[in-house]
Design a protein around this ligand. Structure first.
Ligand code: ADP
Ligand code: MG
Length: 391
């Protein structure tokens, strides 16, 4: 699960990590009060207005604006609140900005990058820093990977003092700033562990002209499987920032992920979903989604799955590829027949059922008067559906 910058900063603050603070508003009517509050609390004369969306690259996209006066701040709030912000992480359709943070502008001397995530190949958390802060870290990793310094954290030991000092030294920090960095890195790792994060990223972490180390931006993602341990964090979820079809699918325990192709896929099991997407690509098509109805698929799950797939206007044809192991193919067939009858189906549907009771299922589908295209093999199904999607 992702949260907004202002929420992430709230958590950092709770762990005693210095942040560039602000007031977040959802309504233009709150703008003046927010500016006043930032002025009063931080003595700010200059402001930064920041769009709050679940995507990075806001600065480049015009979602972070420096404002040299109260009037400029008000102007920028008007511009950003309600804009459709396009960044390299939102896709071309962009994201509607429903919240903005009004913060104090800082005099920045240096911008660094700091992040913690799990390194699966090592089976350890890894703490990364770079002197190339404020930029896209993907770009740094591509062009100058040696500028990203890593410390792998041995489970059970946590981030050791010497590791935190190594990281601070790698950023060229000395004296008081190095001390601050060491304390901050240890607190960051504590937060990462205690809150079951999957990523904590501070980009940029800045040194101000006054010599203070401050988290200027903050991104935190959480491990969904551990969210039940943290109800106060689960509450921070912002459904406005998530794909509505994915939210709907989660209600029915369906694993749905929207992609950008034209072939809707209904599959049981993640492995079969992966290979279905591979084979669709192989025969020249492109999947519109990944939908796994799971092991216990029944008439209801098939119907809901269908509805969700068809809610995507990009879907030009649907492939149902089910392997009957525990789930019986005849049940799936009945689900398909009911769903097709109930829903206003305006795209071709290709069905491939294999495994338990596949014969019975085929007979059911053949006898029914719903118009579906039957396929015998995996490859046959892929070819038929890609052909159908191309019209
Ligand atoms: P994003 O990563 O989404 O682009 P950031 O919060 O990192 O958004 O802001 C982008 C850039 O804007 C920062 O690297 C920094 O240079 C500048 N910036 C952001 N907030 C402030 C601030 N409070 N004071 C001065 N500059 C800021
Ligand atoms: Mg940033």
């Amino acid at each position: 699960m992702k949260i907004h910058e202002y929420q992430a900063k709230g958590l950092l603050k709770g762990y005693g990590i210095p942040i560039q603070d602000g007031v977040t508003i959802e309504d233009l009517a709150q703008a003046e009060a927010a500016i006043d509050a930032v002025n009063k609390e931080h003595g700010a004369e200059q402001y930064v207005i920041k769009a709050q969306i679940h995507a990075g690259g806001r600065g480049k996209g015009g979602g972070v604006k420096f404002s040299s006066s109260r009037e400029a701040a008000l102007e920028n709030i008007k511009k950003i609140l309600g804009m459709t912000l396009v960044t390299h992480q939102t896709g071309a359709e962009g994201r509607l900005v429903k919240k903005v943070m009004v913060g104090e502008a800082l005099d920045i001397k240096q911008e660094f990058y700091a992040a913690i995530t799990l390194d699966r190949s090592k089976g350890m958390d890894v703490f990364m820093v770079s002197s190339e802060g404020g930029m896209e870290i993907e770009e740094v990793a591509r062009t100058s990977p040696e500028k990203i310094i890593r410390e792998a954290i041995v489970p059970g030991f946590g981030l050791r003092g010497f590791q935190a000092r190594n990281l601070a030294a790698a950023l060229g920090l000395e004296g008081q700033a190095a001390k601050q960095a060491v304390g901050m890195f240890q607190k960051l790792y504590k937060l990462y562990r205690e809150l079951d994060c999957s990523i904590v990223e501070i980009n940029p972490l800045v040194v101000t002209e006054q010599g203070n180390l401050v988290a200027l931006d903050a991104k935190i993602n959480f491990d969904d499987n551990a969210l039940f341990l943290h109800p106060e964090i689960a509450q921070m979820r912002d459904l406005d920032e998530e794909d509505p079809a994915e939210v709907e699918a989660a209600k029915y325990h369906l694993n749905y992920i929207k992609l950008d192709g034209t072939v809707g896929c209904m599959v049981n099991g993640a492995g079969l979903a992966m290979s279905t997407m591979d084979i669709i690509k192989q025969v020249g098509g492109s999947p519109a989604n990944f939908l796994d109805v799971g092991g216990g698929a029944n008439v209801e799950t098939v119907k809901n799955g269908f509805r969700i797939i068809l809610s995507d206007p990009n879907v030009k044809a649907v492939l149902i590829n089910i392997f009957g192991g525990i789930v019986r193919c005849d049940r799936i067939a009945n689900g398909i027949i009911e769903a097709v009858k109930e829903l206003d189906l305006n795209v071709p549907v290709v069905v491939r059922l294999a495994g338990t009771n596949a014969d019975v299922a085929k007979e059911l589908l053949a006898k029914s008067d719903v118009s579906i295209i039957s396929a015998d093999s995996f490859e046959d199904a892929a070819q038929k559906v890609v052909h159908a999607a191309k019209g």
